[in-house]
Design a protein around this ligand. Structure first.
Ligand SMILES: Cc1cc2nc3c(=O)[nH]c(=O)nc-3n(C[C@H](O)[C@H](O)[C@H](O)COP(=O)(O)OP(=O)(O)OC[C@H]3O[C@@H](n4cnc5c(N)ncnc54)[C@H](O)[C@@H]3O)c2cc1C
Length: 194
């Protein structure tokens, strides 16, 4: 888990200062995935792959999330925090599902034409609302790299940290998770007697 989530576990004896403080300052991103479901992936008829990177109000990054057989069309976007950890949107969007949906539809109509307004379902998933996960991909705030250096990955006695956030490369991504697991397993094996 991320250092932020590990901060909810009680450790006795207490963790080293640098690690304990890292867990307190760690900040995960506040992302939602929002999806519009269509009868079919209509954009493909126009030779479009459904991907868009924009400066529109909601649909900053859109991808085609349809099932492989194309039995439904699904366009997905992330709504959440900027790399700085600050929210892009004001509270009328952040705390109002209907406003989010309407703004998303408007953006998709602009990108993919009027058919984008004829959706079957709106779905969303917020990681901010999850009880045991403090958010999506972490943002290292200023000072975290310089003050806490390897505190995210340095073992504490027999406690080894294996989350994607401990990887020096691809931190917070699947590739980072695999690298972190490889490193942690090697560390545990090296520390095991015999
Ligand atoms: C919406 C979203 C989109 C993403 N998109 C991408 C992408 O496009 N590309 C990409 O590379 N990465 C993406 N990621 C990131 C990627 O999914 C993660 O970095 C990766 O899954 C982290 O792996 P992990 O093994 O470190 O942690 P996790 O896969 O989170 O595993 C941690 C495990 O610990 C368990 N756990 C938590 N607390 C406890 C506890 N107290 N006791 C026991 N078990 C506990 C959890 O249930 C979980 O199974 C995305 C993540 C999200 C949320």
């Amino acid at each position: 888990m991320t250092p932020g989530d590990a901060g909810r576990i009680d450790f006795l004896p207490p963790l080293p200062t640098r690690r304990a403080k890292l867990q307190r300052v760690w900040r995960n991103g506040g992302e939602r995935k929002i999806c519009l479901v269509y009868r079919r992936p209509f954009w493909r008829d126009q030779g479009l792959n459904g991907t868009a990177v924009t400066d529109l109000p909601i649909a900053h990054f859109v991808v085609d999330n349809s099932p492989p057989d194309g039995s439904k069309g699904i366009l997905l976007a992330f709504v959440g925090t900027a790399a700085s950890g600050e929210f892009h949107w004001d509270d009328t969007i952040l705390d109002n599902e209907t406003a989010r949906r309407d703004a998303f539809v408007k953006d998709l109509v602009r990108l993919f034409g009027p058919q984008a307004g004829d959706y079957e379902q709106y779905l969303e998933k917020s990681w901010i609302a999850e009880p045991w996960v403090s958010g999506v991909a972490a943002v290292r705030t200023p000072g975290v790299i310089t003050n806490y250096t390897d505190a995210a990955s340095a073992a504490v006695g027999r406690v080894h940290w294996a989350g994607a956030e401990t990887s020096a490369e691809f931190e917070s991504y699947m590739e980072g998770a695999v690298r972190a697991a490889d490193r942690a397993v090697a560390e545990v094996l090296a520390a095991s007697p015999g």
